[in-house]
Design a protein around this ligand. Structure first.
Ligand code: PAF
Length: 286
């Protein structure tokens, strides 16, 4: 397994592979890898084939964090991540630094960003207004450097995957976007690097996100319910976990992300819940 930290070297390697007709599968991450990330690597391997090359990027992208967010504390363990990548059969781990990824930013020269302006506005975008601009910017840059034929994203970040698919279509990136299912802990909590922030009590209560998805799903299997009514019910359901504070719960069309007035089987639900300063998200097709 090769470790590449220079963006220029990564791009040269990707160009060499592209010239040789080698398929490149890509999994962009912010590190602190867990089984969910490794399932994305397996999916990339399956898509790229045994002769393809798998690149995992590990980069905690500063432009997708607001100044008040957890950039400085975001968990990092590169040594462990590299071990996991090696065991998972990754060919290249791309670990750029900020100075190389955003050359000229410290001097105030860096001035180009990529922004999706529709799907990114609600939910995560409403709570974190600059987040998706950071994500689309870094993913566009990573696509230019890694030149993947396919890239795998987790379904846990449902809105992120939708925004990236839109960007790829709108800006003609020749990249197939694959969205892989959310991996869950034994009790149902979606795997996330941020779960590490939870104390024992918060961790025990964090399963409320999954239970809320299940309760909503059960409620709409045979009938439709008004979104407003279901939101009120879920708000109450979630406050049964005393450490939980609901940020949002939304119901929408899984393709267009257009909010649904009535919730029925097949509607997409997403929610974000704070436990102290830690904010967890989850989603499901009901
Ligand atoms: O989902 C993530 O970990 C990040 O948003 C991504 C896609 C790696 C961009 O920094």
């Amino acid at each position: 397994m090769q470790i590449v930290s220079s963006p220029a070297a990564m791009q040269r390697l990707a160009q060499k592979w592209q010239r040789a007709g080698t398929r490149i599968g890509f999994v962009p991450t912010m590190g602190y890898l867990h089984a969910g990330h490794l399932s994305l690597v397996q999916r990339a391997r399956q898509a790229a084939g045994s002769r393809g090359k798998i690149v995992v990027s590990i980069y905690v992208n500063p432009t997708q964090f607001a100044p008040t967010e957890d950039l400085a504390n975001y968990p990092r363990d590169l040594k462990r991540d590299l071990k996991l990548c090696r065991a998972a059969g990754v060919d290249v781990v791309f670990t750029p630094g900020d100075a190389a990824m955003y050359a000229g930013k410290a001097e105030g020269i860096y001035s180009t960003f990529v922004a999706e302006e529709k799907l990114s506005q609600r939910m995560e975008g409403a709570t974190r207004p600059t987040h998706f601009r950071g994500v689309t910017t870094v993913v566009a840059k990573l696509f230019n450097l890694v030149q993947p034929d396919m890239a795998v994203f987790g379904q846990k970040d449902f809105q992120q995957a939708a925004v990236i698919k839109r960007m790829v279509a709108d800006l003609n990136f020749p990249v197939k976007i694959i969205v892989a299912p959310t991996l869950r802990e034994a009790d149902g909590l979606a795997m996330s690097s941020r779960n590490k922030y939870l104390d024992a009590e918060q961790r025990a209560q964090a399963v409320i996100l999954y239970h809320a998805l299940q309760a909503a799903s059960a409620a709409v299997q045979t009938k439709s319910i008004s979104a407003a009514r279901l939101k009120t019910d879920l708000q109450e359901f979630i406050t049964a976990a005393p450490a939980a504070r609901l940020d949002y719960v939304e119901f929408f069309d899984p393709e267009t992300l257009v909010p649904a007035a009535r919730v029925k089987r097949g509607t997409q639900m997403a929610l974000a819940v704070f436990f102290g300063r830690t904010r967890l998200i989850d989603n499901a097709r009901l």
